[in-house]
Ligand binder design. Structure first.
Ligand code: AMP
Ligand code: GLY
Length: 425
């Protein structure tokens, strides 16, 4: 099969790596890709926002499946336009991607299906929103409704912080994404992520994985796209998985199908494990980045078989098996991230890992300048290791980082700390 992969992050490098190991693959293209993806795919200079150009490329190159990595093209309806042209795409339709694209939409689905989530209200003007915030008091959570690259959420510990967040949203801090504001009850507990595949009717749970959203050690500092991940995630016990499937995931899939907008693709639930069990914080309609990196390292089965089953509605006929080893991925980011950072600094020393079966260095923001590998983004490399347990995987990842020569990068030193601690308890 000929595959076109859309995206350029560490998630897409991990997908490209897994796809390149598939027995079903003939040729892999990636648009736009990055320096790491270039080792396993032909990079194509295509703008994913130009659906006509993507469709024309697929027709000209006999593409059998388009794998859409990030959320923006999904929310923009790329999968719909490809389907209309008779081209298969892995990733939900525009209507189903509203589960990520609009927090208010997801709250509506929760209401309709009785899914446990934080109590909430939506507002389209600041005065009503502020009156509500004053009534409820702090702590309280203020969210821009639309896509804001993970930055549209303020967990306000005090009333003035909450009022400021409302004002900033309506002042246009997040552009159109903040034209409507969702205000939520603060949920206390441990956060967890849960990933499933769905073909619109059936659900196939994936292995558990957990990321670290905060920039600094001890889960401190500003939110980022994710500074590291590990799999399996002990927080998702068998019991919590069963409860999440029954009370959150399956009712969502059923509701989306009943509305005539079935969800096909990866559904990623952000959960809070509260005293009353798992509650839904948010949905994403694509793989997590860097959670995808640890999942792909542990996946035994062919990723293309699973993706095709999602598209073809045959997910009940396949299984996903996982290596028993644990995987840990540590993000190397440019110093300054998630604030401002330098681009174009040189990275050396990656060749050392080419033959190590337990280490994969997935690239995020990188580019080649001749033979030189340069940093080209905030999150730059995902140093990912397998080990017989989470401690060993983590030690291997950090030992690998010691050998990478990139003075302009930094990483957290405590990725997977909860999983390591839960082994020791
Ligand atoms: P979201 O983009 O909705 O996942 O929110 C980003 C982060 O804000 C989450 O990962 C949580 O850490 C936090 N958060 C969101 N909603 C709540 C809530 N209702 N209660 C407590 N924390 C929340
Ligand atoms: N790692 C969080 C995300 O992909 O949204």
């Amino acid at each position: 099969m000929n595959i076109l992969l859309i995206g350029s992050g560490g998630r897409e490098h991990a997908l490209a790596w897994a796809i390149s190991n598939s027995a079903l693959l003939t040729r892999l293209y990636a648009a736009p890709g990055n320096a790491g993806i270039a080792a396993v795919a032909d990079l194509v200079d295509l703008d994913a926002a130009d659906h006509q150009a993507v469709t024309a490329f697929c027709k000209a190159n006999g593409i059998d499946l388009v794998v859409i990595g990030p959320e923006a093209p999904l929310v923009a309806g790329l999968a719909d336009d490809l389907a209309a042209a008779g081209i298969k795409a892995f990733g939900p339709s525009q209507a189903a991607a509203q589960l990520e694209g609009s927090k208010a939409f997801t709250k509506g689905v929760c209401d309709a299906a009785g899914i446990p989530t934080a109590a909430y209200a939506r507002f389209s003007n600041p005065d009503d929103a502020m009156t509500y915030v004053r009534e409820k008091g702090a702590p309280i959570v203020v969210k821009a409704d639309g896509l804001a690259a993970g930055k549209g959420v303020v967990v306000a510990e005090t009333l003035p912080q909450a009022l400021d967040a409302v004002q900033n949203c309506f002042d246009g801090q997040f552009g159109d994404a903040g034209a409507e504001v969702v205000i939520e009850e603060f949920l206390a507990g441990e956060e967890a992520s849960f990933f499933v595949l769905s073909d619109g009717a059936h659900v196939l749970p994936l292995a558990t994985a957990q990321d670290h959203k905060r920039a600094f050690d001890g889960d401190q500092g500003p939110n980022t796209g994710g500074m590291g991940a590990y799999s399996p995630a002990p927080v998702m016990t068998e019991e919590r998985i069963a409860e999440t499937l029954d009370r959150i995931i399956k009712p969502t899939i059923k509701t989306m199908a009943a509305r005539g907008t079935p969800f096909k693709g990866v559904l990623y639930a952000g959960l809070m494990i509260t005293g009353d069990g798992p509650k839904l914080i948010e949905y994403n309609t694509r793989f997590g980045d860097p959670e995808c990196q640890v999942l792909m390292m542990r996946l035994k089965d062919d990723i293309l078989t699973l993706m095709l089953a999602c598209v073809d509605g045959t997910l009940d006929k396949v299984s996903a098996r996982w290596f028993d080893e644990a995987a840990v991925s540590v993000v190397l980011a440019a110093k300054g991230y998630p604030g401002s950072y330098k681009k174009g600094t040189e990275i050396r020393g990656l060749d050392a890992f080419a033959d190590d079966p337990d280490i994969e260095i997935f690239h995020a923001g990188t580019r080649l300048d001749g033979d030189r590998l340069l940093a080209a983004g905030g999150r730059v490399l995902n140093v990912t290791a397998l080990g017989s347990n989470v401690q060993e995987a983590r030690d291997r990842a950090y030992a690998a980082i010691e050998r990478i020569d990139w003075p302009d990068g930094f990483c957290r030193s405590d990725i997977a700390w909860r999983a390591v601690k839960s082994r020791q308890d």
